[in-house]
Design a protein around this ligand. Structure first.
Ligand code: HDE
Length: 688
């Protein structure tokens, strides 16, 4: 991993966007205090009173200004995707895509385009936990020389509905129920599942939502998808249908369900902290950018409609061409100014990227600007620093709430003679955006094409593509969610609906939730797509976190092991009975990062139990040691033990348990332990 850019203050690494933002950045250090009018303040703790014990006076403008500003510090949270976390970075294309698109940022491999990415959950409020079962937003703003391009995607390639008309209904159903605002950030309630069974186009996406894709280990280990079918258009006006993909360099990995629930309490900021810490330590998250392409004249060659957002284009059929890479290398200076105020919109496009008639996309093209009007308080949100384009903005739009630009001169209309008819539109050859001249004709109808009506085949393909463990988790997720329903009839309706996908799936869901299993057997598809299974993802140890459980008198071999683990790009943190320094058996000392009181194995990817007889007896005196290790074992995590450390193992052997005797070959041990960590989880502990 390239850590050469680790210092964000390094001048040569500043992007055009960084430089623009700097103009608005204020450092508070060493400055005197003023009011918002620039008046120096002599006192800031006591309001102005008539007598020391008297009432506060109306003329206390300083108090009134301070309190008024505070009273209005919050803006409406996003109606969906309220909980999010963002970072800066850059994008670079690997090779010119000129053959397919005129987008300038996809043509020159030497150009770094600044980006800001905001990851999010969908259903929860701003303060909800990171690790809930939910779709994750993956929204990227590219600050290109031709204007801002926003790819506002998710970590799942399909969506719940096919027409934007239904979006308010779907969101009302998944959000907390309106009579009591329960439950927060969860789909495990009646209205969500009632929507599902009455809108069967949800089937495919529900399969994704019930899978472990809903429980990402890290924003750095999630795929991203544009979901809709877009168009690339080249300089000659020739178009291709495309789908966008982000592929994380670290592979796609998830938490297990029990872990997510515990994390929601132990560290509700688990995913955002992970991203922040990775960037601070120079472990910059990287995602490769890919496109699937279909020629215009191949539109009808498939057994699904390529405009249907509930369908994937199987990667085995239409390969993902990897065309570039995005690196996130700078945390925000101010969460509100950047992450909260950023405004994405699928309609922010650049020449060479265009829309299709996907009815979900068409509706989004209205909603995003509209929502900013109330969230960001008016039509000038593009002037907020994080939203500003790095290419100059010239037009005749004027005034409005929060206008910052001071437009000079008398002319604010087009066409004009006084200003030489400027600003003036430019033709496509000079960079003017022209829409793809797609031929459209038809009657005005409120209807959906028959080609969108197969709701079950790809849901079945998803099921067929999962490993046994992934299938088990999907069934358990359905059972958990349906178990929470108050209306038992909805449980049965879900079982009946998913019998149309795959009867085996429905039978397994039904077993344990008191419903009648399907009577007939069958599956909506026999196809599978191995690319859909996380089992087939990249296995890597990079940036995984190892908890080293040790106390005073730890075995002298510990430093050797720690060095080996660090060489494998692992983060190693010592967990002990108390904070402070601990001593080695015969020499050396190490700093404890976490006391057991405040640390849990859910915060780590692997555990190493260190030997040394006095270390072990000190650890045994703290009951939480046993819980810590037992939980890591239950969550199928790799566990290593040195010497007497093995006495604390919940099981003497098993997949992912690596043991070395005191005085044994530490290098071989370290390698085996590292291999066990790369595997991420050791599923045979639950699956035989
Ligand atoms: Fe969104 N969506 N959405 N959405 N969406 C919003 O815009 C909407 C959809 C997505 O980090 C809102 O600024 C409609 C699909 C992300 O700031 C709103 C429809 C996909 C984010 C809105 C959809 C997304 C949003 C709320 C159905 C994946 C967070 C606040 C047609 C491709 C962006 C805002 C951020 C946010 C509308 C469906 C992704 C209300 C009408 C499909 C990642 O405008």
């Amino acid at each position: 991993m390239d850590k050469s850019n680790a210092n964000p203050n390094n001048k040569k690494n500043k992007t055009s966007k960084d430089q623009q933002l700097e103009q608005f950045t204020v450092d508070n250090d060493g400055t005197h205090m003023t009011t918002n009018q620039g008046l120096k303040v002599s006192e800031d703790e006591f309001s102005l009173k008539a007598g020391e014990r008297g009432p506060t006076l109306m003329e206390d403008f300083h108090f009134r200004e301070k309190m008024t500003h505070f009273d209005h510090e919050r803006i409406p949270e996003r109606i969906v995707h309220a909980r999010g976390f963002g970072a800066h970075g850059y994008f670079q294309v690997y090779e010119s895509m000129k053959e397919y698109t005129s987008a300038a940022f996809l043509q020159d491999p030497s150009i770094q385009t600044p980006v800001f990415v905001r990851f999010s959950t969908v259903a929860g409020s701003r303060g909800s936990a990171d690790t809930v079962r939910d779709v994750r937003g993956f929204a990227a703003k590219f600050y290109t020389e031709e204007g801002n391009y926003d790819l506002v995607g998710n970590n799942m390639p399909v969506f719940f509905i096919q027409d934007a008309m239904k979006f308010p209904d779907f969101i009302h159903a998944v959000k907390p129920e309106p009579h009591n605002e329960i439950p927060q950030a969860q789909s495990a309630h009646d209205t969500f599942w009632d929507f599902v069974v009455n809108n069967t186009e949800t089937a495919h996406m529900v399969m994704w939502a019930m899978s472990d894709r809903s429980l990402p280990r890290s924003f750095r280990m999630m795929e991203g998808f544009g979901v809709h079918t877009f168009r690339f258009v080249n300089d000659e006006g020739k178009a291709h249908f495309i789908k966008f993909h982000w592929k994380p360099v670290l592979g796609v990995h998830s938490l297990v369900w029990d872990e997510t629930q515990k994390l929601a309490g132990k560290d509700p900021d688990f995913n955002r902290r992970d991203l922040w810490d990775a960037i601070e330590s120079g472990n910059y998250p990287e995602y490769e950018f890919g496109v699937q392409m279909i020629a215009e004249d191949e539109e009808f060659n498939f057994d699904f409609d390529i405009l249907d957002p509930t369908k994937v284009w199987p990667e085995e059929m239409i390969p993902v061409k990897i065309i570039g890479k995005m690196t996130l290398n700078r945390n925000t200076d101010n969460f509100f100014a950047e992450t909260e105020q950023i405004a994405f919109h699928p309609g922010h496009v650049v020449p060479g990227i265009d829309f299709t008639n996907d009815p979900l996309l068409q509706g989004r093209l209205f909603s995003y600007t509209d929502t900013q009007l109330s969230r960001l308080g008016g039509p000038n949100f593009h002037e907020i620093p994080i939203n500003r384009s790095v290419s100059p903005v010239h037009n005749n739009q004027r005034d409005g709430i929060h206008r910052m630009t001071i437009n000079k001169g008398p002319v604010s209309y087009h066409k004009n003679g006084i200003a030489g008819n400027t600003p003036k539109p430019v033709p496509r050859e000079q960079g003017g955006y022209e829409h793809y001249t797609e031929k459209v004709e038809g009657r005005k109808v409120r209807a959906r094409s028959d080609s969108f009506k197969d709701h079950y085949s790809q849901a079945a393909m998803f099921w067929n593509s999962m490993s046994e463990v992934e299938q088990q988790h999907i069934v358990a997720a359905f059972q958990f969610e349906l178990g929470k329903l108050e209306r038992k009839e909805i449980r049965q309706q879900v079982v009946d609906m998913f019998a149309n996908v795959n009867s085996e799936l429905a039978k397994r869901i039904s077993d344990g939730i008191g419903t009648i299993p399907p009577q007939s057997a069958g599956s909506a598809s026999t196809e599978s797509s191995p690319a859909l299974s996380m089992m087939n993802t990249i296995k890597s140890t990079a940036t995984r976190k190892v908890a080293v459980i040790a106390a005073n008198g730890y075995t002298d071999e510990l430093p050797i092991i720690i060095e080996q683990l660090k060489q494998a790009d692992l983060t190693v943190e010592i967990v002990s009975v108390k904070l402070g320094m601990i001593r080695g058996e015969s020499s050396g000392e190490s700093e404890v990062k976490h006391a057991l009181l405040g640390a849990d194995s859910v915060l780590f990817d692997a555990v190493l139990i260190v030997g040394g007889s006095s270390s072990i007896s000190e650890l045994k005196s703290e009951p939480k040691t046993v819980d810590f290790i037992k939980e890591a074992y239950q969550h199928l995590k790799p566990i290593g033990a040195i010497g007497e450390g093995a006495n604390l193992l919940p099981a003497a052997n098993g997949e992912g348990i690596v043991v070395v005797k005191e005085g044994g070959d530490m290098k071989t041990f370290a390698h085996s332990f590292i291999d066990a960590i790369a595997a991420h989880r050791h599923w045979t502990r639950t699956v035989s």
